[in-house]
Design a protein around this ligand. Structure first.
Ligand code: SAM
Length: 307
């Protein structure tokens, strides 16, 4: 088995399992179970032995009488509490990346940059035991953090995961990847390498944090000419408060994380048919011409945004 889901993903709690203890206010403490050990909180201590051998989803009582709900952390819990080098891809975006990229069991996925390894965990889960993930990370110190986090999450280092320290922009792909996922500041510099790795029909998903990055990535992809029309999106998740008659959106939400751009790799030599939809008036300024139109041909109907 190349990937396991953690020390024990189900069944009775065992030594070595990570457990999250939630106090009555919802504050979380993560402990790794060891026989004979005590976990100390301001509200008394909890004996690991009270949990070992029993089911998760129980309430364990501290020596001062406070109840804690004990559960194995989900991947999303782990990602939000794990040590970070670089900023992580949040669970809502990781879920969208796996979905938009259509990552499937047995897929070969190439990822850059690995950062803290948060997205890597989602990708490894999605490709399953028969798939493979190759992660690039430019910084050796971040690669070490990613390695530690992925190893902690899966309980051991997945044998179907390779992390390569280096600049992905300089990587020579062999055109065999089913999916490529990019998450770095200057993702546009890495688009040629992404095209080099992806097989025809493969999916590229790029995660960017700002509108200026989004624009540059999409325009660079169009100029490259080896992608289907890029689709850009943003995922907003609005939690709701549901209590009696008070049923309303939460007052707080994660306002912004990033944007996603998705496209498919065209076969080499393929030229897309002209886009049927015209850019919005003024989108590219007065000199823009549809490819194939001569300069001076006014049929593009582009107005000067400045009037
Ligand atoms: C925002 S972090 C990635 C976070 C990661 N996806 C996660 O979920 O933990 C961006 C990472 O890309 C790396 N990076 C930037 N440019 C790169 C390149 N050209 N090749 C490889 N890694 C690069 C940075 O060092 C940084 O660690």
């Amino acid at each position: 088995m190349s990937v396991n889901p953690g020390p024990a993903a189900r069944g009775p709690l065992q030594p070595g399992d990570r457990v999250q203890l939630a106090d009555p206010k919802g504050r979380l403490h993560t402990v790794t179970l060891e026989r004979g050990r005590l976990f100390h909180t301001a509200k008394g201590s909890i004996a690991h032995d009270d949990l070992i051998g029993g089911p998760e989803g129980v309430v364990v009582t501290s020596s001062k009488g406070t109840g804690y709900v004990a559960l194995r952390p989900l991947l999303s819990d782990f990602v939000l509490s794990m040590p970070r080098g670089a900023a992580v891809v949040y669970p809502k975006d990781a879920a969208m990346i796996v979905g938009l990229a259509d990552v499937f069991p047995s897929a070969f996925v190439v990822e850059a940059g690995a950062g803290s390894g948060a997205l890597t965990c989602s990708l490894l889960r999605a490709v399953g035991e028969t798939g493979r993930v190759l992660s690039y990370e430019r910084r050796a110190d971040f690669a070490e953090i990613a390695e530690a986090n992925v190893t902690t999450f899966f309980g051991r280092r997945p044998s179907n995961w390779t992390i390569q320290v280096g600049d992905f922009a300089a990587a020579d792909g062999d055109g065999t990847a089913d999916r490529v996922v990019l998450d770095m500041l200057a993702a546009w510099d890495c688009l040629p390498a992404a095209a080099g790795w992806l097989r025809p029909g493969g999916v590229l998903v790029v995660y960017v944090a700002t509108t200026t990055q989004l624009s540059r990535v999409v325009e660079t992809m169009r100029d490259q000419g080896c992608w289907t029309e890029p689709k850009a999106s943003e995922t907003l998740v609005r939690p709701w408060h549901v209590e009696g008659l008070s049923v309303r959106p939460s007052h707080r939400m994660v306002g912004h994380t990033g944007f996603l751009v998705a496209a498919r790799r065209l076969a080499d030599g393929t030229v897309l048919p002209l886009r049927r939809t015209r850019p919005a008036k003024g989108a590219y300024g007065r000199d823009w011409k549809r490819p194939g139109e001569s300069v001076g041909d006014e049929s593009g109907g582009i107005s000067d945004p400045a009037g």
